[in-house]
Design a protein around this ligand. Structure first.
Ligand code: EPS
Length: 389
């Protein structure tokens, strides 16, 4: 059975819940490290007031005993502190009260799921759509990804992320060793690698916020230590780069994904794109460059996996956009809602965890076993096969 998870929960409901199926037994879970990843997602310059209310922590309610997975489904919850302000509005049982008291939403925000979801599910209160479509859900996706990340770390695989652009401000690209990249971006309020860009981005976000607007950007994830041969060329749904692309596109507000140089590959010649093959006793087969971002034929080639994604500006704006009231069909200017002016640094953390998840899933498909011991033995045997090739 392949690794999978499902999530449930609303942004202003009591909690978010995830069930993970397919983890091997005897994986040691570092709870502090997992909560640190949740904390990283909450940070970043440009976040709104909600992040001051939440202190995300995962509580495990199944599948782990004395710090180790048992092979059973892992169930976890992250509570929403903000729920205490929303108990009546989000009540599960029917309650008496006016539309206002229930904070019924009848004015869809352009760029959100509100209108499509309302029409599709025949819901006259668009809150039923927006509560679930909120990016709050990425909290538990990061929790699941953080477990994938700990699994990958057992095999020397490391994951890093960074912000490449926020609106008009592009960060200079610094090629840093992965540990340094992790350290430097962690110290930055906008997850970039230099202080000058950080200052420029902060000032830019302030300006955007002051103007009642929001801004998106481009983020990158790098995964190092991935073995050759995860994914497969033989079937469309086994190509790992394609599965990563799907994962990335499912992150709230993401509108595009690139592997390696991505779209630039359509603007330059083949001789400038493809990575030449080398071999040394020390490194075995490797590539002279890594323009293809660690993938050829839908399979990893042993070079770092490099994935980029673009996030559109958050659609909840203080500056109103034109929309139509679903009760009256009359035009109105969307109402003001609490929001983040910029969530790009947080999105970079989400990207890391979504990519880590897909890689862990493919890793388990290749080296699958029911326990960590069985997987380790399978990895060792494959490594011996590569060495004798
Ligand atoms: C979000 C709206 C804001 C964000 C939220 C995503 O929440 P609220 O409606 O409560 O102000 O803070 O993000 C999170 C809560 C989070 O944990 O990232 C949206 O509409 O997508």
């Amino acid at each position: 059975m392949s690794l999978r998870y499902l999530t449930a929960g609303e942004t202003h409901g009591p909690q978010l819940t995830a069930i993970i199926e397919g983890l091997p037994s005897n994986l040691n879970i570092d709870f502090e490290e997992l909560n640190f990843q949740l904390h990283r997602r909450q940070k970043g310059y440009g976040r709104g007031r909600r992040m001051q209310i939440e202190k995300d922590q995962a509580t495990f309610v199944g599948g782990i005993r004395h710090g180790y997975t048992t092979g059973a489904p892992v169930a976890l919850v992250v509570e929403n502190n903000d729920w205490k302000h929303w108990q009546k509005i989000m009540n599960i049982e029917p309650i008496e009260g006016s539309d206002e008291e229930k904070r019924r939403v009848h004015r869809p925000r352009p760029g959100h799921a509100d209108l499509n979801g309302g029409l599709k599910y025949n819901l006259k209160d668009l809150r039923n759509v927006l509560e679930r479509s909120s990016a709050r859900e990425t909290t538990v996706r990061v929790a699941c990804g953080a477990i994938a990340r700990q699994f990958l770390a057992e095999f020397g695989i490391k994951v890093a992320g960074r912000v490449l652009r926020i609106g008009e401000i592009e960060a200079p690209y610094r090629d840093l060793p992965i540990d340094e990249l992790i350290e430097v971006t962690e110290a930055s309020s906008v997850r970039v690698t230099d202080a000058e860009t950080e200052k420029k981005m902060e000032a830019y976000i302030d300006q955007i916020k002051q103007e009642g607007d929001s801004i998106g950007g481009i983020v990158e994830c790098i995964v190092e230590g991935v073995p050759i041969g995860l994914g497969s060329h033989v079937q469309y749904d086994r190509k790992l780069d394609a599965r990563i692309a799907q994962g990335v596109m499912s992150i709230n507000a993401f509108k595009g994904v690139e592997i390696g140089i991505g779209f630039e590959a359509g603007t330059i010649r083949g001789s400038q794109v493809h990575d030449e093959i080398m071999h040394t006793d020390e490194r075995g087969y490797h590539r002279a460059t890594n323009r293809l971002g660690g993938f050829e034929g839908g399979m990893t080639n042993g070079m770092p996996v490099v994935v980029r994604g673009v996030m559109k500006p958050i659609p909840t704006l203080y500056k109103p956009l034109q929309s139509v009231d679903i009760d009256t069909k009359e035009a109105f200017s969307a109402q003001v809602e609490r929001s983040d002016a910029c969530a790009v640094p947080a999105a970079s953390v989400v990207l890391e965890h979504v990519v880590a998840w897909e890689i862990a899933k493919a890793f388990l498909e290749k080296f699958g076993g029911d326990s960590m011991e069985e997987i380790r033995a399978n990895v060792a045997s494959y490594q011996a096969q590569l060495e004798n090739y």
